[in-house]
Write a protein that binds this ligand. Structure first.
Ligand code: HEM
Length: 409
């Protein structure tokens, strides 16, 4: 019996294995199953596509160690079994039918979320300068100006309004354009259409943007890529990455932070009374309201042992940021939303070599967007938030979706 058949039999025969991620929770009220799993041990067997048995990690310490372990590669083609039916569960073969050969080459040259080692380091280094603390600090006033403009627009649209689509989405998209340095004539199209566009259309826009940028370099992330001495494919792939990742998560966190505050009036009052609590409150929502039920699936490149945890070579490993962020061994009274706590150390931005490139910018965006909203509209009330009931996951790795957040004032 070959190894693959042996594993398939083991997967089929394991009575305790999860069939997929427990998706009966929400961003603010995670599945109760996570608590049970964590109480039973740091990791639980889970079935993945291709009849594979792997692991779902719910313990904070093990989560960190796994994310930092270079024997667990991020290069993976599997999804948790049940979520493998998700409309966005594209295999590389599927992707081939959705984009041209050049785009495929660009992706394999620069998809930092699908590679490890020196190539990952090289592309990450070329991306990161404009997202570091000092660079982001220098952008705060411009972020604030974008927020003010969007808040004015929200007020002019009138109450009731959807915070997700009418405020969080444009704020994150315009700030993305600012820091990346997307040339002016592409900005409105990017804000309105990019996210929903097919991959091929996205790549065609990225090509135009990069070509125009090359004629007129500036102090921004796309110009940095062009100055970094990358190949054309690497530049195109890295530009696509930067234009494609992150803005949806900023949108998610702005909306979810508003839902959390409006449904915890005592915490909102604390924040309104003392705006200096805002940075800590943002860390707290990244801990308490994190959308990553599962981070990207890792694969063991060899037999891996971490304390009592053992993954065989070839097995898939998913780390739950949601579960780790509510591990009572790491965070006291973890199911309490407390804007005064020290939530630092949460896994909301991942951990290790793939930790979020845009995290400093994201923090500033959420602080500015939420701060301005609760200051300007102290009387704002929550009418309805789709995310308060379980929703279909936004991605096959297990990403809670945001939904509409209807408020009135
Ligand atoms: C609140 C907002 C955000 C959240 C919660 C978030 C979360 C994350 C997480 C959890 C990862 C690691 C995934 C994994 O290890 O499986 C990640 C990676 C990444 N994020 Fe973010 N992100 C946010 C905003 C941004 C922004 C604004 C950007 C800017 C372009 C960005 C760019 C990236 C990139 C490039 C990576 C890949 C890093 C690598 O593989 O080396 N993110 N993010």
């Amino acid at each position: 019996v070959d190894e693959k058949t042996r594993r398939a039999a083991a997967a089929a025969g394991c009575p305790h294995a999860l069939a997929g991620l427990p998706d009966d929770g929400t961003q603010l009220q995670p599945s109760p199953t996570l608590r049970e799993l964590r109480a039973n041990g740091p990791a639980t067997p889970m079935r993945y596509t291709g009849d594979q048995l792997g692991w779902f990690i719910t313990d904070y310490e093990l989560a960190k160690r796994a994310l930092a372990d270079e024997r667990l590669t991020i290069k993976s083609e599997r999804f948790p079994e049940r979520q493998g039916e998700h409309p966005r569960a594209n295999t590389p073969d599927d992707l081939h039918t959705q984009m041209d050969e050049q785009a495929m080459e660009s992706l394999s040259a620069a998809n930092v979320l699908g590679m490890d080692g020196p190539q990952h380091d090289k592309i990450r280094r070329a991306m990161i300068t404009r997202f570091m603390v000092k660079a982001v600090r220098g952008r705060r006033a411009e972020v604030r100006a974008i927020v003010d403009r969007q808040l004015e627009r929200l007020l002019s649209l009138g109450s009731p309004a959807d915070i997700t689509s009418q405020y969080a989405r444009p704020v994150s998209a315009y700030v993305h354009c600012l820091v990346l340095g997307v040339p002016e004539r592409f900005v409105e199209g990017y804000v309105a259409d990019y996210e929903e566009s097919p991959f091929q259309t996205q790549f065609e826009l990225v090509r135009e943007v990069v070509a125009e940028k090359a004629q007129n370099l500036g102090e921004d992330a796309l110009s940095d890529l062009l100055r970094a001495g990358l190949t054309d494919r690497e530049t195109e792939g890295a530009a696509w990455m930067l234009m494609s990742v992150g803005r949806d998560n900023v949108e998610r966190m702005i909306s979810t932070m508003m839902v959390a505050l409006l449904s915890h009036p005592d915490q909102l009052a604390l924040l309104q009374h003392d705006p200096a609590l805002l940075p800590g409150a943002v860390e707290e929502i990244l801990r308490y309201g994190n959308p990553f039920l599962g981070l990207l699936v890792r694969t063991a490149t060899e037999d891996v042992t971490i304390e009592n945890f053992a993954a065989e070579a070839g097995q898939s490993v998913s780390v739950s940021a949601v579960a780790a962020n509510r591990d009572p061994h790491r965070f006291d009274d973890p199911d309490r939303f407390d804007v005064t706590r020290d939530a630092f150390g949460h896994l909301g931005f991942g951990f290790g070599p793939h930790s979020c490139v845009g995290q400093q910018l994201a923090r500033v965006e959420i602080q500015e967007a939420v701060g301005a909203l609760v200051r300007t509209l102290p009387q704002v009330r929550l009418l309805h938030a789709e995310q308060l009931e379980p929703m279909a996951l936004a991605s096959p790795i297990g990403l809670h979706d945001t939904g509409t957040v209807l408020v009135e004032w």
